[in-house]
Design a protein around this ligand. Structure first.
Ligand code: URA
Length: 438
């Protein structure tokens, strides 16, 4: 098959047949199409878009480019959550054991961070001994036994997305809604899920800068996912300001454990419980969102998910004694410095984008996929919008590899905060729920 006519058709805005898209993905994954032609195709899609039928064909072809997890029959529904990514977004970590304790199976396939947004796998890799890349067979076995796994995509899962995503990254074609939908859902569908909750973020530090764009992406995701047989809802959440009080790999693991211990920040708990509550309703385990929320909160507060967390990380190789020892330390980075409020007042702004950039530049994130990261650096003790601070009160603590980097980070962080004389209301976190049209 020659791909030039397919590129020409898309360039002219014509609709491609499902078979053409399937053949394109098959041949591309087999290395039979030069990447310059695929790049041209992606740019044509970027400008012309894809119809719902084309997006569906692309998503399913990408899912089927590799292995799909196969689970034995079991009364526990298979569920997952996906976030489009943000600063301090560690929801997956407490959510997976909570869902397992609520009677779900959770094959949570996660990714690494790139740029300013952190990645769940990088966070987990800061745990001594933790193995974030179990093979597919082991993922199924662990989900069946423990109830939850958080791991990376295996070599054989959705190989088409690995190739395409790298090419999109290099050809400025990432921000195309049909390409994003196919990329996200091909991976989620490869988990064999029954229900999915999506956290689609908007704001300065999010993939989608505005609420309108986030809503458009959420609608496209829930519609196609539901069409593919997965009961799906999306929450639109605010990413102007970080989630929780910590950003940085190990610092976020620590905060996740605090959440499981009932001592975490309110916004993190709110989002964890909301995701769990929606899944309880979506799977018929609760009749109303209010009842589901109460059920999820009671489960979290029982301490059972905290024990499930230990069981999950131990099953994935973690050394629990070393983990507990690390948790007990105030900091693991060599230097900690505090940014202090110049005057008393109320926190009016805590800019997620600046904080994300500072954490990345401290070594907590990466500029290229291949780069290494420093797990111990980051920012914690972040003051939240609306909180009162005294003059000299801590706005944030910086965890750095050396004093010079700590000083530079504190200087840059000043621009992330605004302290107002008058009280300020905290902005709502979850602003909308998007469901498939009935
Ligand atoms: N996350 C993905 O997995 N794919 C995209 O295209 C964008 C965000």
């Amino acid at each position: 098959m020659h791909f030039l006519p397919l590129i020409e058709a898309k360039r002219e805005g014509q609709e491609l047949a499902a078979e053409q898209i399937q053949e394109f993905i098959r041949a591309y994954t087999a290395g039979q199409i030069p990447s310059y032609q695929v790049a041209a195709f992606l740019m044509a899609v970027y400008f012309r878009g894809l119809t719902t039928a084309e997006t569906r064909a692309l998503t399913l072809a990408m899912r089927d480019s590799g292995e799909v997890l196969q689970f034995p029959p079991d009364p526990r529904p298979l569920v997952d959550k996906h976030s489009t990514g943000g600063i301090g977004d560690k929801v997956s970590l407490p959510l997976a054991p909570l869902l397992a304790c609520l009677g779900f199976r959770v094959p949570m396939i996660s990714g690494r961070g790139l740029g300013i947004t952190g990645g769940t796998l990088d966070k987990l890799d800061s745990i001594p001994g933790f193995q974030s890349l179990p093979p597919a067979g082991r993922i199924v076995e662990l989900v069946q036994r423990v109830g939850c796994v958080i791991g990376g995509q295996t070599e054989r899962m959705v190989p088409a997305d690995k190739e395409l995503y790298a090419l999109r990254d290099a050809t400025a074609t990432v921000p195309s809604i049909p390409l994003i939908v196919a990329s996200i859902l091909s991976k989620k569908l490869a988990e064999g899920l029954g229900a999915l909750v999506l956290d689609v973020k908007f704001g300065a530090a999010a993939f989608m800068p505005t609420r309108e764009k986030a809503r458009a992406l959420a609608r496209a995701l829930v519609t196609l996912s539901a069409e593919c047989g997965v009961n799906t809802r999306a929450l639109l959440t605010n990413m102007e300001t970080p989630l929780g009080r910590a950003a940085g790999n190990w610092l976020e693991v620590k905060e996740s454990v605090l959440c499981l211990d009932g001592r975490g920040p309110g916004d993190l708990r709110e989002l964890v419980l909301a995701c769990a509550a929606h899944l309880l309703v979506q799977t018929g385990k609760a009749a109303t969102l209010a009842a589901a929320h109460a059920q999820a909160a009671a489960c979290l507060d029982s301490g059972q998910p905290r024990r499930k967390w230990d069981e999950m990380i131990a099953a994935q190789g973690a050394d629990l004694a070393a983990f507990a020892g690390k948790l007990a330390r105030d900091h693991t980075a060599p230097v900690v410095a505090a940014l202090k409020a110049p005057a008393a007042g109320f926190v009016a702004r805590c800019d997620a984008r600046i904080i994300g950039e500072v954490v990345r530049d401290l070594g907590g994130g990466r500029f290229t996929k291949e780069a290494g990261i420093n797990y111990d650096v980051g920012v914690d003790a972040l003051a939240k919008i609306g909180e009162a601070v005294p003059a000299g009160g801590v706005l944030a603590r910086v965890h750095a590899a050396d004093a010079a980097q700590a000083d530079a980070a504190c200087a840059r962080l000043k621009a992330a905060f605004e302290v107002a004389a008058q009280p300020v209301a905290a902005p709502p976190l979850i602003v909308e729920t998007v469901e498939p049209a009935p």
